[in-house]
Design a protein around this ligand. Structure first.
Ligand code: ATP
Ligand code: LTN
Length: 333
């Protein structure tokens, strides 16, 4: 890897990623791998903040690894690995817990949302989740973090923690910047355009999974909730359902929303919705084919994961050593 700047991002193995994950984040993982040294982590330690079935979790980690590879990041610049394979994340998280305030964590909207959703399991991991995220990012000296709009607040916190630590000990951490796409940073649910598309949504009509086949994708788009009226017009406030589909269509075809408006002027929702499904499938089908092929060979995936973890650790350990030294831990000789 000879790129100068570093990118880092994490994705939870809680379910197969959706088109929302792809348009908001994964697409930028790939784009950055052309110019940056990239670390992309499957954050299984974050995933267990919500109860997971162990067998399912293992399967999902492999599936997600295959999918991320299938998206086609430049392999020369990309390290893909599993978070729990690199214990430095947990260790730095503990240290950073002492530089993160209870009040800050209490304000995190994801914590509030997930506490409401999992009221029977509001555990300490769910609360300190953003500290582990800060540890992920800061361990690699990441300059840029490709994420969807929902992660903006967590990134702000990572920056605050880095600045606070640097304020005490000098320039130990790089202060990261978010990379959030202007269009596609928040793809909405097809079943309820007031909520974001979520891969753990219990209602599969709300999302397009990256492994859904063409017929399913088109069916889901046809059933997508749109407002009354029949005009394909980009107006996120008044017509959130249509605007969401237009966003999907625009990104998948490389057009601007205004062009999409003109393209479908005078046509009803029917033809438009089918076109959205076809465009989404056009983007996802090569990725799906490659991922399904990779999933056939779990031993190969496991080897790549091991290589990824070793490459990640080689970068993380020197940073961790510096942090340990900064706070005054005596080295083990
Ligand atoms: P979960 O439902 O398990 O919380 P999620 O769909 O929110 O999952 P994550 O693994 O938490 O997915 O997120 C992976 C990346 O995808 C993050 O950068 C996140 O900001 C981005 N992302 C998630 N949902 C969307 C969305 N609807 N639109 C755009 N980006 C999204
Ligand atoms: N919290 C993120 C996932 C995540 C992440 C990260 C994203 C964990 N560690 C580091 C960017 C950088 C989420 O829920 N989507």
């Amino acid at each position: 890897m000879n790129a100068q700047k570093t990118a880092f991002s994490g994705i939870q193995p809680t379910a197969i990623p959706t088109l929302g994950n792809y348009l908001g984040a994964l697409r930028n993982y790939v784009a950055l791998s052309g110019t940056h040294r990239c670390f992309y982590s499957i954050v299984d330690m974050h995933a267990i903040t919500v109860r997971q079935d162990p067998e399912t979790l293992r399967r999902r980690v492999r599936e997600l690894y295959a999918l991320l590879l299938a998206c086609g990041p430049n392999p020369d610049n990309t390290v893909l690995y599993v978070q729990s394979h690199v214990p430095a994340h947990a260790e730095l998280c503990w240290i950073l817990n002492n530089f993160t305030m209870f009040g800050e964590l209490s304000r995190m909207t994801q914590f509030k949302d997930k506490s409401a959703k999992h009221a029977d399991n509001i555990n300490a991991g769910l609360f300190t989740y953003p500290v582990l995220q800060a540890a992920d990012i800061l361990l690699y000296g990441a300059h840029v973090v490709p994420i969807g709009d929902d992660q903006k607040q967590h990134l702000e916190l990572s920056r605050d923690v880095a600045v606070r630590f640097n304020g005490v000990y000098g320039d130990v951490f790089v202060v990261p910047e978010p990379l959030i796409p202007k269009l596609g940073g928040r793809i909405m649910s097809l079943a309820d355009p007031s909520r974001k598309m979520d891969k753990s949504d219990p209602n599969p009509a709300g999302y397009i999974s990256m492994l859904d086949d063409r017929d399913v994708i088109i069916k889901k788009c046809k059933k997508a909730v749109t407002d009354s009226g029949a005009e394909v017009r980009y107006d996120p406030a008044e017509k959130p359902g249509v605007a969401n589909l237009m966003t999907i269509y625009a990104i998948c075809t490389g057009k601007e929303p205004e062009q999409v408006e003109r393209e479908f002027a005078g046509q009803g929702y029917g033809a438009f919705k089918t076109a959205v499904g076809e465009a989404a499938d056009g983007v996802l089908s090569p990725i799906r084919a490659k991922a399904l092929e990779l999933i056939q060979d779990p031993a190969h995936l496991d080897r790549l994961m091991a290589e990824g973890a070793a490459r990640a650790e080689a970068v993380a350990l020197p940073v961790l050593r510096k942090v340990r030294d900064s706070v005054g831990f005596l080295p083990r000789i």
